[in-house]
Design a protein around this ligand. Structure first.
Ligand SMILES: [Mg+2]
Length: 471
């Protein structure tokens, strides 16, 4: 199944509303490479990076708790909700799951399959039975309108608001749409309002400014060395982030260090992705004439950036690979609007586990893994983070057994479909890829095969591996 550009652009906006139309085709631009050729970092002229959750790794548990508390603070202090609505988000971490959708009409939280079928659902925090789902959505379980909760914790907060409204009303409301839009959407807009960083106002930025180290993980020396290695031989390394420069500076300093700018040939803040890849907004700078090496800009567009790369590297048609974590803001626009290749950073791979040989082990044996690693990177896995990323209640990000009658373990969730289509390879973390030699050969996803799983590196997520019985 393919999705229209407009649909996926909208799905980057939290709680936005649009229709699924399975028949509209969206073309993935083919790169100069054959789709099935190996991907090798050495072959590129330029390396582009998203910042949040790509180059910059957050301490996820603290970040989830801060985001949740910020949303609840807004609802209690600005919208008059009962302070008792606040709970310890850690007590219900199994409800938190990336990629869920919010049916703001019915007040349901939903997980979708690759074909748009409802796989699981809850009303507020209460999981719905199959009978209840059929009674709400019909026997085919197809839902035409959907709203995507961009951060996992927003679906959790939405569920809690729905429960609160039901309790206040003495039963379900006819529609939750207006209230969820008015209260929760405004909460999201308010906590991330970019001016709040400079004003030191609101519930989010002052906290993160006050205790920055609590919310970020420092990049290892191996990642910093890898960025320097990429720049060798007249290659270009660039950063494009939708954050404004003040927040981006805080994030990049906390992860790469005070000299973070030195790793990049050009830095673009406020890039408004995915618009950066679609629109032709000018680059803004206090002394802007033309794009300069080591410049820091705001806004801009990918085609002028490509001209800059061409000038810097001397490559007529530069080969660019971009690293991002968002399927909506990074992967989809890059693969449909540019000739760049896309490496997707998927924290869920780490959490769900991967093993090149079977699914009875969670990760590679350390000796086998370490044989391939050439830089001092940090491959430790935080078990508490894993507990937040994994959800027994909602199931795997990649695979849903009930929708796999042939038991061939193909990727059959909504987001799994997009991974196959709009990325070239998927990796668990920057630390992993930074550990590998630059001439490492990665197998790509085959975009012509629905649900292709070849592009996961170092190995397929565990739920996609055939079940091997252990003794
Ligand atoms: Mg990001």
């Amino acid at each position: 199944m393919c999705w229209s550009f407009k649909q996926l652009l909208h799905c980057g906006r939290p709680l936005s509303n649009f229709k699924l139309t399975a028949t509209i085709k969206t073309k993935v631009k083919r790169t100069t490479n054959n789709a099935m050729s190996k991907l090798c970092l050495k072959d590129y002229d330029a390396y582009g990076f998203d910042l949040d959750h790509t180059l910059a790794k957050y301490n996820l548990v603290n970040q989830i708790q801060l985001t949740y508390n910020s949303l609840i603070d807004f609802l209690v202090h600005q919208r008059g909700y009962d302070p008792e609505i606040r709970t310890d988000v850690g007590l219900h971490k199994d409800f938190i799951c990336k990629g869920l959708f919010v049916d703001t009409e019915k007040g349901n939280i939903i997980k979708l399959s690759h074909s748009g079928k409802i796989l699981r659902g809850s009303h507020g925090m209460r999981m719905l039975t199959q009978e209840e789902l059929v009674s709400a959505y019909g026997p085919n379980l197809i839902w035409e309108h959907y709203e995507h909760a961009r951060e996992a914790v927003r679906a959790r907060a939405a569920a809690q608001v729905i429960d609160y409204l039901d309790k206040k009303n003495g039963g379900p409301l006819l529609s939750y749409r207006d209230i969820l839009w008015k209260d929760l959407q405004e909460a999201v807009e308010e906590i991330y309002r970019f001016q709040a960083f400079g004003e030191n106002s609101g519930y989010f930025f002052p906290v993160i400014k006050e205790s920055t180290s609590k919310y970020y993980q420092s990049s290892s020396e191996g990642v910093k060395q890898w960025l320097l290695d990429l720049k060798q031989n007249n290659k270009c390394v660039f950063l494009t982030t939708s954050s404004h420069i003040d927040f981006a500076s805080l994030t990049a300093s906390a992860t790469l260090g005070e000299d973070w700018k030195s790793y990049f040939d050009i830095i673009v803040s406020n890039a408004r992705k995915p618009g950066f890849f679609q629109d032709h907004k000018p680059f803004l700078s206090l002394d802007y004439n033309s794009l300069q090496q080591h410049g820091v800009y705001s806004s801009g567009n990918h085609s002028d950036l490509e001209k800059f790369i061409s000038k810097l590297t001397g490559a007529d048609k530069p080969k660019v690979v971009y690293f991002g974590d968002s399927l909506c803001s990074d992967a989809f626009p890059v693969k449909t609007l540019t000739n760049w290749d896309l490496i997707l950073v998927l924290e869920e791979m780490e959490a769900e586990g991967y093993h090149p040989h079977d699914n009875t082990h969670h990760y590679w044996e350390p000796e086998e893994r370490d044989r391939k690693i050439v830089r001092k990177v940090n491959l430790c896995v935080d078990e508490e983070e894993e507990a937040y990323l994994l959800s027994r209640q909602w199931g795997s990000f990649f695979y849903h057994p009930e929708a796999d009658p042939l038991h061939d373990r193909h990727m059959n969730t909504f987001w799994g479909e997009l991974i196959t289509k709009y990325s070239d390879i998927a990796i668990p973390s920057m630390e992993y890829i930074a550990g590998l030699p630059l001439d490492h050969q990665f197998t790509r996803f085959d975009h012509s095969v629905d649900g292709s799983t070849d592009g996961f590196s170092p190995a397929k997520p565990k739920p996609l591996l055939p079940l091997v019985l252990s003794d």
